[in-house]
Structures are given as C-alpha cells and as structure tokens.
Write a protein that binds this ligand. Structure first.
Ligand SMILES: COc1ccc([C@@H]2N[C@@H](C)[C@@H](O)[C@H]2O)cc1
Length: 450
C-alpha cells in the first residue's frame, strides 16, 4: 500500500442504517429530464443518432440554438404526483433525479446562475415539486448532479493556461455553492449521484473534492455518495491507487451488468439502465433494441442476486409526459413486483453455485431463500447445490405456498426440485426454499427493514 492523503475514506461496506436501507432497495428509478427533451434527438429535421441529452455536442445542433431552448421550456403536462405515483406502482424504492445535466441547465431556481427553470416560461421549481411528490409516496430521493457544465465559463475539461486555472477556481466555488444550495433547499435528499467527473481538470482536484465531500456529508448525516465523485492523489476515480473503493458504492455499471460476484469486489453497487440501447433523455425516435419487461426483470433480479441495486431510467418528453412505452413497462414490471417483490426487497447474494434455471436471492434479514426462474428446464428438474450440511426441506411457489414441490436428495448432496406446470409460465416465477438451517426467524436480532 502507498500512503494517500485523498484515497478511500473507509475500507469495507458502511453498516449504518441509511446505507442498509440503500442496500435493501433493490429497485430504483432514474429520471433524466431537461431542455434536451424539447428537441428530443432531432434538429432542423435531422435525426441525431447519439444519446438525446448529448445533442448540444452534435455538429447538427448550433450551441446558440441549444442555449436558447430554455426560453421555450414550458412543460404544461408536468405532474410530479403522477410521476411519483407511477414510480410507486413500478415498485421503485428510490429515485435519482437530474438536477443539472452536462448542459448546465438547472431544474431548480439556483441563485448561482441565470440558466435555470426560474427563467423559463414555466418558472416553477421542478426539483422541489418532485422531491415533495416522491417523498409523499415514501420513495427516497437522490439527486443526480453533473460536474461537467457546458454553460459555465469556468468549466474546463483540462487545465492548460493560467487563465484556465483561475477560471476553474471560479467554477469550483460555483460547483460547491450549487451543491450546498441543493442540500439546503432539499434536506430530504438521501444521496448524490455524480456524473461527468472524468475530465483531467477534475481529476487534479483531490484535495478540493475531499473537503467538499466532507462538507456535504456533514450537512446531511448518512448522505450516500457513489464512487464517481472523488479522485485520489493520482487522479484515480472509483478505486484509489491501493485498489480501495472511494465513496459508498460502486457506480461502475452504466448500461451493463456484472456476471459474477467476484466482479463486484465485495462492494455495494448500482446498475443504471436505459430501456432503449442508449437514450437517457427523451428521444422521439428510439432505434435499435427496446428492452421488454421480462428482460428488465431479469436484469433487476441479476443485480439483486449479485448484491446490487437496479435503477431503471425514464426520460419524460418536453411537455412533461412520460411516454407510452415507458408507462407500459412501468406497469408490467410493477405487476410482476406486486407478486414477487419478496425476492427483491431486502434481498441479496446467496453464495450457492449459480444454476441455469435462474438466480438465487436471499432475504438479508430473515435469511429466507428464493429461486427466481427465467429458464424453465424441459426436464422439470431444478438442481440446487447447497453448502455442506445444508439440506432443503421444503420448496413451494411464492404465489402458491400450498402446493409443495417434490424434492429428491442425490448421493452427492444435490437437491432436485420437480416442477412441471401444466402450462408454460409467461413470465419469471419464484420458488421459496426452506433448509434445515433456517431457524425460526420471527425473533431475529437483525434490524427490521424500514
Ligand atoms: C460515453 O460517455 C458518457 C458520458 C456521460 C454519460 C451520461 N451518464 C448517464 C447516467 C447519462 O446521464 C449520460 O448522459 C454517458 C456516456
């Protein structure tokens, strides 16, 4: 190990209640909304093939044109309560909302720039309305904040000249002011989801970011910040020069998933996922593959089975409407969650060998074990390899506990559960398994979920 002044502040997982609550969410919702939703991936009749929230960087979109779009931002269909209600029905336990994306447009009336919602025809505080609406639904609120800010004169991707450096100092104070402003205005905030921290300029700011991180955490005890925020003494993000994770969970899985528990290095982590292949902000013409509910459910279960959270993104359009494809998927996933969320909420990794039929999850509080089935074996035989001395005594469907499934124990301590449904299930289903080691959990000493 080398000595670091600005390396990982902690080795190992946080064990405080706010972090345990975060760990037990399972499913979250991402909201990407801003002025980029007005063009929705098109300009002058031309189609922008990139991610819609990046359209300002496209040569087909003059900066001048983009930077004036806010003057027509007037989402007359915006209804924060409707969004929060839909998220509740989806089964999301937390929401991450873009306060400011790379374009620098602020969805709250920041006093540190004029480029905010206050100077649009809409005028009203979008973030405040969303925080209140989601809070009312009992959904914890996290704020996305882009360090990159194309609108601020002092933002630089790299520091070359002395003027770059003096301008960047102004930008650093502006960034600090906005973050303090957000946590002051919205003290219900449970955490910050930083993005746009890959620039060389930012990677040189270990000391400033270390102090800012501390200052923000002092403002809201228990505040949760991921691994994308701080650079260490050598400009490393996510993992410091000693390989220790900085921040409270790994933000390394954007539009991708780990496949093994080893890949998550024993850390907490989230996977943030788009419904189309690569659109976070609203694009009116999704091309390529659009994920089905069963694909999204499998990603959710896979994330939970590997001790992570799955955060599904929604990109409302320029008038504040959540598009029909997203509404349909929210309903489908929500219906599945109504029946099966027992295998998701408060659940995580079970260290039994992964089998082809699907994923194991286990409730961290009750130790109850689940098999979430995606690949029904033609044989009707579900193989389960437990740990030494652990035998399966009972197996049944989560949504039909009365129907006990037959279990055979083989000579090498494998268990074969037999299940042949008369008709092919249309979506993933959950089996509950009870073992000889499952003591009566009613009096367990673990903290109860909130
Ligand atoms: C390839 O570089 C990037 C940079 C930023 C992103 C942003 N992170 C996601 C969470 C969205 O906000 C996307 O715009 C994606 C890809």
């Amino acid at each position: 190990n080398i000595t670091l002044k600005y390396g990982a502040e902690r080795i190992g997982k946080r064990t405080d209640q706010p972090m345990q609550d975060w760990r037990n969410y399972g499913l979250g919702q991402f909201i990407h909304w801003g002025v980029y939703a007005i063009p929705g991936g098109h300009w002058n009749g031309k189609y922008y093939a990139g991610a819609a929230e990046w359209i300002r960087s496209w040569e087909g979109m003059p900066n001048e044109a983009y930077d004036n779009l806010y003057k027509e931002f007037n989402p007359k269909n915006f209804n924060a309560n409707a969004w929060a209600k839909q998220a509740k029905e989806l089964g999301a336990k937390y929401v991450i909302i873009t306060t400011k994306h790379h374009d620098g447009f602020c969805l709250w009336p920041s006093e540190y720039t004029d480029y905010t919602i206050a100077n649009t025809p809409y005028k009203k505080d979008i973030i405040g309305a969303l925080v209140e609406a989601y809070d009312k639904q009992g959904i914890d609120v996290y704020l996305y904040f882009s360090i990159i800010d194309w609108n601020h004169f002092g933002y630089k991707s790299k520091l070359v000249t002395d003027k770059d450096r003096t301008d960047y100092e102004v930008f650093k104070e502006f960034t600090r002011n906005q973050l303090i402003e957000l946590l002051t205005r919205y003290p219900e905030t449970k955490g910050l989801w930083f993005d746009g921290t890959w620039d060389a300029a930012w990677k040189e700011q270990a000391s400033y970011v270390y102090d800012l991180d501390k200052e923000l955490r002092e403002m809201i005890p228990g505040l949760i910040i991921g691994s994308r925020f701080r650079p260490d003494d050598y400009g490393n993000r996510h993992f410091d020069a000693n390989g220790n994770m900085m921040g409270d969970y790994e933000q390394g899985w954007e539009r991708k998933m780990p496949n093994t528990i080893e890949e998550v290095h024993g850390n907490d982590w989230d996977c943030v996922m788009t419904i189309p292949e690569n659109q976070w902000g609203y694009h009116s013409d999704w091309r390529g593959h659009v994920k089905t509910s069963n694909e999204l459910i499998e990603m959710l279960v896979k994330a939970v089975a590997l001790d992570g959270n799955f955060v599904l993104n929604f990109g409302p359009d320029g008038l504040g409407t959540i598009r029909k494809e997203e509404t349909k998927l929210a309903k489908q996933v929500g219906e599945w969650m109504k029946v099966n969320s027992t295998a998701i909420y408060n659940c995580g990794y079970l260290d039994w060998e992964k089998q082809d039929w699907g994923y194991f999850t286990t409730n961290r509080i009750t130790q109850e074990k689940y098999m979430v089935v995606f690949n029904q074996p033609i044989s009707g035989v579900y193989t389960v390899k437990t740990k030494k001395g652990v035998s399966i005594e009972k197996a049944y469907l989560l949504d039909n506990p009365g129907l006990e499934l037959s279990i055979e124990k083989t000579y090498n301590n494998e268990f074969l559960i037999q299940y042949n449904p008369e008709n092919h299930p249309e979506e993933p289903f959950v089996m509950v398994i009870e073992t000889n080691k499952d003591q009566n959990n009613s009096d367990n000493q673990y903290l109860q979920p909130k």
